[in-house]
Structures are given as structure tokens and as C-alpha cells.
Design a protein around this ligand. Structure first.
Ligand code: NAD
Ligand code: DAU
Length: 337
């Protein structure tokens, strides 16, 4: 039995990961440490909450004493760090909490992990640390870090810290850098769920700039299977890119959502661009494919349909979200631009 501290496990990717891993195997005892920020939601974990090998702790990864106590109490030897402030637009509205959680929080986890001699520390990172691509080329693990937003710069700082702990202290770390995820339980501030929910509510769909920025989309389960594999088999000190080679301009995704929901293009509204908006992301995932034998299983067509259907069937989940503090964020982000 592996005692694994999973941080940020009440968020979109972390909750899908816990539900996935506890369903696949009985080899893990999962301790989910999550601060339950606006993005954390225990409803995402209904499938796992009653399992004996699942424990939830509400708390902050920046709290050294708490993290140290949890390592002792649960004899933790493995860490998977999902916890982060994850939304670029919010990092533009206010960056402080991004550096606190994503940088200081990661430092606390690394220091406590060093003290307790963990056997593996997996840092969940992002392709955004590489910056922006022109029309050609792909991000490889050797692409220099060149982040452009407060969010991506905080993730890049954390990535460099993780590498420094490997080189300096020989800590057994691995880092994954994935492209844009979509799937169930994604908070409706991100492109795909925002556009689905606004369409369902006949609200305008705010497209930044000309809608021609390109993202490389991967279904969350494919990402989580890759994390699982890197956690088990990834080589210490290495970085693994994860992506499904599915590049699309934003406007194409929005049109596809409208079509699936039988809604008209008049809902589309071009709005002022995101400051510092990265033009294109595209991931070369040949390293994880060749060295660890991972490959994506879901086609975009299949998984986007499943995702749209999930939001149609789970109105209760998102209705609660979009009626709370979300309204204040929406006002700041869209109505006051
Ligand atoms: P999310 O915003 O949905 O969830 C983040 C979770 O972290 C929430 O449950 C939140 O409560 C928790 N959290 C935030 N601050 C915390 C703190 N100080 N202490 C403890 N918990 C805290 O994010 P997500 O989309 O699930 O992303 C998870 C990770 O994956 C992040 O590290 C992100 O950078 C990375 N990532 C995301 C994507 C994507 O497309 N969403 C792609 C690549 C990598
Ligand atoms: O690439 C991985 C990253 O993907 C993760 O590290 C981040 O955590 C995650 O949020 C995501 O970042 P993006 O900025 O790419 O995702 P977002 O969903 O915010 O935006 C996707 C694209 O859609 C981007 O080009 C901006 C555009 N967009 C987004 C929103 C929310 C719009 O045009 N209108 C919108 O309202």
C-alpha cells in the first residue's frame, strides 16, 4: 500500500485523478489535502468519499506545520502536487495568491518531503511554462522556459525549484507538463465549460481577440493516465510532456459547441483580447510515448461530445457554482473590460 499525499484533489484534474486511481487499483492510500478555494469542490469526489483508502484534509499547502503533521500521521512517502491557482485571467486580475500557492506552497511541500525522505515527488505542471509558439513547431522537454503570464511564471518558478531539489539534494522528483485539459468537473471559468454553460443559458460567448489563438486539447482521463504512469515508472529528475496532438483555434471549438447544442452563431461576441495572450500551444509528447509507452485513448470528437453531455446532465453541479462568488468574478472579467 502506498501512502500518497495528493494536493489540490478537489479541483478539476485532481478529483478526476483520485476517482480514476481509486477505481483502478487498491494499492493506494490517498490523502487529499485541499484548501477548498473557489475552485475546490468536494462534490467532485462522491465516487471516492466512502472508500477506506481515501482521506480528505482541508488545509493549505503553504502551511508547513500542517503538511509536516500529515506526513507523520499518514507516514507519507509519495506526493503528487496538483494544488495551484490555475486560471490565467484571474492571475492577470491579481497575481499575489498565484505566487503564494504555486511557488511558496510548492516550496513547503518540497521541504517537508525532503525532511521525510519521500520516495517520489510528482509535480503537475503545464505546457504554458514554455511560452508561446508561432505558426510552426512544437514544445519539447528541451524548449527553454519562457512564461508570459503571472500564472505561467509561477508554475515555471515551481518547476525550476523542483529541478533544483533534484540536483542539490538528490530528491526523487518527476515533472509532467500537459496541454489544455477538458472533461467533467472543470470550473466554468475555462474556455470549454464557460462556452457550454453560456450557450445553454443563451448568454453571449466572449471570444478574446480574433478567436484564432490555438490550444492543444487533451481529455482529462488521458492526462491522468499519463500522470499515473509517470508516477509509477517515470525516471527521477526527468520532465515528461503530455499532449494528444489536437490543436484547434478557439473559434472552431466554440462553433462546435454551438452546433452540438443547436444554438446559433449570434451568441458569439468578439471582446477585447487577454493581455499577453499566448498565440499557440502545441505539445510534442514523443518522449512519454517512446519511453513509457503512453498514448492518448480518447478522440477529441468522442470526448468533447461526452463532456458536453456531462454538463447537460449535471446542471445542479454548475448552477450552484455560477450563482455564488462567480458572479463577482464574471462582472470583473467580462462586464467591466
Ligand atoms: P483547479 O483550479 O480546478 O483546482 C485547483 C485545486 O487546488 C482546487 O481544488 C483548489 O482548492 C486547490 N488549491 C488551491 N490553492 C491551494 C492551496 N494553497 N492549498 C491547497 N489546495 C489548494 O485546477 P486544475 O485545472 O485541476 O489544475 C490542476 C493542476 O494541473 C494545476 O497545478 C495546473 O497548473 C495543472 N494543469 C492544468 C491544466 C488545465 O488545462 N486545467 C493543464 C496542465 C496543467
Ligand atoms: O495549457 C495548459 C493550461 O491551459 C493550464 O496550465 C491552465 O491551468 C489552463 O487554465 C489552460 O490555460 P489557457 O489560458 O489556455 O485556458 P483558458 O480555458 O483560460 O483559455 C483557452 C483559450 O480560450 C485561450 O486562448 C483564451 C481563450 N478564451 C478563454 C476564455 C475563458 C476566450 O477566448 N474567451 C474566454 O472567455
Amino acid at each position: 500500500m502506498k501512502n500518497v499525499l495528493v494536493t489540490g484533489g478537489a479541483g478539476f484534474i485532481g478529483s478526476n485523478f483520485i476517482n480514476h486511481i481509486l477505481n483502478e487499483s487498491d494499492d493506494y492510500n490517498i490523502i487529499n489535502l485541499d484548501k477548498l478555494t473557489y475552485a475546490g469542490n468536494l462534490e467532485n469526489l462522491k465516487l471516492s468519499e466512502d472508500k477506506k483508502n481515501y482521506h480528505f484534509v482541508k488545509g493549505d499547502i503553504c502551511n508547513y506545520e500542517l503538511v509536516d503533521y500529515l506526513f507523520q500521521k499518514f507516514q507519507i512517502k509519495f506526493v503528487i502536487n496538483f494544488a495551484a491557482e490555475s486560471h490565467v485571467d484571474r492571475s492577470i486580475l491579481g497575481s499575489k495568491v498565484f505566487y503564494e500557492t504555486n511557488v511558496i506552497g510548492t516550496n513547503v511541500l518540497l521541504e517537508v518531503s525532503r525532511k521525510h525522505q519521500v520516495k517520489k515527488f510528482l509535480q503537475v505542471s503545464t505546457d504554458e511554462v514554455y511560452g508561446s509558439l508561432g505558426a510552426e513547431g512544437l514544445f519539447t522537454e528541451k524548449t527553454p522556459l519562457s512564461p508570459n503570464s503571472p500564472y505561467s511564471s509561477s508554475k515555471a518558478a515551481a518547476d525550476m525549484m523542483v529541478q533544483a531539489f533534484y540536483h542539490t539534494y538528490g530528491m526523487p522528483v518527476v515533472t509532467t507538463r500537459c496541454s489544455n485539459n477538458y472533461g467533467p468537473f472543470q470550473f466554468p471559468e475555462k474556455l470549454i465549460p464557460l462556452m457550454i454553460i453560456n450557450s445553454l443559458n443563451n448568454k453571449k460567448l466572449p471570444v478574446y481577440g480574433d478567436g484564432m489563438n490555438v490550444r492543444d486539447w487533451i481529455y482529462v482521463i488521458d492526462h491522468n493516465k499519463a500522470i499515473d504512469l509517470v508516477f509509477e515508472k517515470g525516471k527521477e529528475g526527468e520532465v515528461y510532456n503530455i499532449g494528444a496532438s489536437n490543436e484547434m483555434p478557439n473559434i472552431e471549438i466554440i462553433k462546435l459547441i454551438l452546433q452540438h447544442l443547436n444554438k446559433g452563431k449570434e451568441l458569439i461576441e468578439f471582446v477585447k483580447d487577454r493581455p499577453g495572450h499566448d498565440k499557440r500551444y502545441a505539445i510534442d509528447s514523443s518522449k512519454i510515448q517512446n519511453e513509457l509507452g503512453w498514448k492518448p485513448h480518447f478522440s477529441f470528437e468522442q470526448a468533447i461530445e461526452h463532456t458536453i453531455d456531462w454538463y447537460l446532465e449535471n446542471k445542479q453541479w454548475w448552477s450552484r457554482i455560477i450563482s455564488g462568488d462567480y458572479l463577482k468574478y464574471y462582472e470583473l472579467q467580462y462586464n467591466k473590460r
